[in-house]
Ligand binder design. Structure first.
Ligand code: SER
Length: 337
């Protein structure tokens, strides 16, 4: 499946289940000065998760452009990137855990054809803020996931919030085994190790947003129970296209092929950084950011400088990074005209 088909299949799956398709908001938040860039699919939806009625109804689906730079030093490994697209479906006080989990499973296993024997699940183990998510465990078991492949995890990994304030809640994450021979049954410790070694890849996160945070503390329940799901497109494409890393998927491969053909030094790490940073810089510029000394413009300037530094390492001629915009346009033209 091409990445364009994967994006469209996600949207139509949820449209058939009563969701309205909403367009991506721009990368620079429109009504929220607490963050420089949209870092999660749900961010533009915060007012609606808090209870304001959304003009498109209670079931939404979309693909949101995101920028996350906190892991910039990880770019170059199998899965990290600074720009990504987040596939998401949302329930604003409508369906809850049962439908959210059932549909995640149906789309991954039955529509996309992933192997259920390679799926691992995490759920929230409970703490003073909220009890263990036994309901999700039972739903996963009813879908045929063996109990020993469902791991109870702490709030550090399985409580999701966009920041210190706003809607939040326990989450259940789906991981996929990408090793050649398959890892089979794993103890919790072995699963955590496999995640660190990128042998299992997180492909989807279902957040059950029924709580609210204020100044970093969970202060209680919201007036409605929401679902916020997120599947990073690049990782999902990597898994569905059976690649070892996101840079070999069709979201990156035209850029990587051009780099391989033009560099003097075939340093994988630097090539991946250049490909990633060109893509991120281009999407920032499309959404109105210019290089500057402050805020979004400073992040863009840093990204471009870092791309130039690695282009130098690769021995690319000066002023040649602009030549990579055309292959980038070819990848995204039909999605973001
Ligand atoms: N907000 C959650 C995340 O970004 C689910 O979309 O992982």
């Amino acid at each position: 499946m091409k990445s364009n088909d994967i994006r469209n299949t996600f949207l139509s799956f949820f449209k058939e289940r009563g969701h309205s398709i909403i367009p991506s908001a721009p990368l620079v938040p429109e009504n929220d000065s607490s963050v420089l860039f949209i870092t999660a699919g749900m961010q533009p939806l915060v007012p609606y998760l808090l209870g304001q009625p959304h003009p498109e109804g209670k079931r939404l689906v979309g693909v949101q452009k995101c920028v996350r730079t906190q892991d910039i030093d990880e770019v170059g490994d199998a899965t990290h990137d600074t720009f990504f697209e987040m596939l998401g479906n949302w329930s604003l006080g409508d369906y809850f855990k049962e439908d959210a989990i059932k549909w995640s499973h149906e789309l991954l296993i039955h529509t996309f054809g992933l192997d259920p024997a390679r799926l691992y699940i995490t759920v929230f183990e409970g703490n003073d803020d909220a009890p263990k998510d036994s309901e999700s465990i039972e739903i996963w078991k009813s879908l045929g996931i063996p109990e020993n492949r469902i791991y109870e995890m702490s709030a550090e990994t399985n409580w999701w919030s966009p920041g210190e304030n706003g809607p939040c809640g326990p989450d259940s994450e789906m991981f996929y085994d990408i090793t050649q021979d398959g890892l089979g049954d794993l103890s919790k410790e072995e699963f955590i190790q496999a995640d660190e070694e990128q042998k299992v890849i997180e492909v989807w996160n279902d957040v059950f947003m029924e709580y609210e945070k204020k100044d970093g503390e969970v202060i209680g329940k919201l007036s409605q129970k929401n679902v916020d799901t997120g599947a990073g497109l690049e990782r999902l494409v990597m898994v569905l296209q059976k690649k070892d890393n996101i840079f070999e998927t069709d979201l990156f491969s035209p850029l990587m092929k051009k780099l391989v053909a033009e560099v003097e030094n075939q340093d994988q790490y630097s090539m991946r950084i250049v490909a990633d940073h060109i893509r991120t810089a281009a999407f920032m510029i499309i959404d109105g950011v210019s290089p500057s000394n402050s805020e979004q413009g400073y992040v863009l300037r840093r990204i471009i400088r870092r791309a130039v530094r690695h282009a130098d390492t690769l021995g690319l001629p000066e002023d040649s990074l602009g030549n990579y915009i055309e292959p980038l346009e070819d990848i995204y033209r039909s999605v973001y005209p």
